[in-house]
Design a protein around this ligand. Sequence first.
Ligand code: ADP
Ligand code: MG
Length: 569
Amino acid sequence: MGGSGMTAQTPQPAMTLGSILRTRWRRIAAGAVLNFGSALAGIAAVALFTHALTAPAPGQPALGLWRVAGLGLFLVGALFGLGMVSQSLIVGAGHAIVHDLRLRLVRRLMATEVETIDGIGSARILSTLTKDVSMISQAFNSLPFVIFGAAVLICGYGYLVWLSAAYALALATVTVLVVLVARRLAVRAKHHRRLAREADTRIHEAFEALIRGRNELRLSRVRRAAFLRDGLQPAVEEARRQESTADLFGVLTSNVVNAAVLLTILAILVLKQGLGLGSLEQATAATTLILFIRAPLAGLIGSLPHWLAGTVAVRSVDSLALAEQAGEPPLPPAAADWSRLDLSGLGYRYPARGADAGFAFGPVDLSVKQGELVFIIGGNGSGKSTFARLAAGLYPQQQGDIRFAGRSITATERDWYRQHVAVILSDFHLFQQALSADGEAPSTEAADRLLRLLALDGKVRLAGGAWSTVSLSQGQRKRLALITAILEDKSILILDEWAADQDPEFRRIFYTGLLPLLKEQGKTIIAITHDDHYFDVADSLYKMENGLLTRIRGGRHGSPSAGLAVGKG
Ligand SMILES: Nc1ncnc2c1ncn2[C@@H]1O[C@H](COP(=O)(O)OP(=O)(O)O)[C@@H](O)[C@H]1O
Ligand SMILES: [Mg+2]
């Protein structure tokens, strides 16, 4: 049995911040090395200055004042220059990573089956594309602080160990304690960050309802009040609570760092004055060093929450389980003569939700000859649109087979098969850009002819491959969507209640003018319809009831198996 396991999605190793980082590791490594140079220069400057300041006689540092000044300028210049180059490398890498991530997410979404996308829901997808990406981008934007902080810390330690083992031990003890505390706080913060992230998806859902339900909301005060009270406000409130708790841990951490730095200096004071450990020069150097380390250390520890928030976001992206595709694999050329499309035993069940077991579609059999005009009728909720999605290959069937042009359409052939099908569903999207079969701009004459036929010629023009406007009435938009689909020149056209929002005149044009014209051009059309006036236009007529398809007339094509197969419902 197929199901979602048969879709063209390959399982991928989990995405992590580390795995994303590795894509730009060269640039980051180069940045880190230069950053080390910058940190070394800074530490050396601190050492030089304290050495000069604590010189035995005023005006007589061991190196001589001018040499100290020269060397000092050089070191500060190195700190600045190397810092600039290295940080811009790292910052650039961070932005490049975000750029790649955005494109990669969009590519993954485009490689993901419609069924999966419908299952995830647009709110979650939008909040991933915006919120998660920005959280990940913040994590990478904190990279320069992490690297510079680490570099300064490492170089500082080196210097301090050389200066005085006792002082280094004092700093090491405090650092270990701070890191332990910061980690605990960060883990707590991460928990709240995750809860906030969940609230965020609910906020996006509410935003969507806010825009889509604008008419209903505007018309009803009680609905507005209920929407705020039960929908948006609780989610916004939850996000505020969780975010501020998480931030509180961040604030606490940075204060811990500040206090710990001064405590280290106090420890050095006790070591020097109380226990007589170290000279005045060593104590001054250590103190200055620690004050110098403070800012980079605070930066390092302060970016910990961003980094952890980034891991929350990465996990959220990963949990969407989008398909991964290195590129669009080449497809065999489209079949021009395929003679027949056989759907046999197609079955699909929507996932159960609570007490609802999920609508069961099928098993449905249908054979269509190339060039045939098929009508399907049926009541609301009988499964007609589900049929349209399955027949178009948008939803993979869980049971049964699609045979097309002599091939059985499984996961690997599905995208090839879909290239033969154009669909207009009730939730169609009208792209401004019109494309011909080869992806170029369609011919203006062909577009003009269709626009005239569907009486849109005064309204819309095709200019530079794009429609001059898509701001039209629903019925007009549907007409333009049909024209767009016809210009794509696919050989199968599936129309889901296309004529429902057309006036009687356009229905007449559609059934007696356009459909016969398309049939004449060899197009195969499966139209879901309620217009019993025009049933005789069709070559064959089927009825959908409770997820089962019954043949009413036509559609045998002299194939006994097809004749037996249909009509089981
Ligand atoms: N996205 C969905 N998730 C779960 N169930 C659905 C979904 N879409 C449709 N259904 C179920 O499938 C049944 C058939 O829907 P549909 O194929 O849209 O019917 P029709 O187009 O004939 O009105 C519906 O009654 C509904 O219970
Ligand atoms: Mg429908």
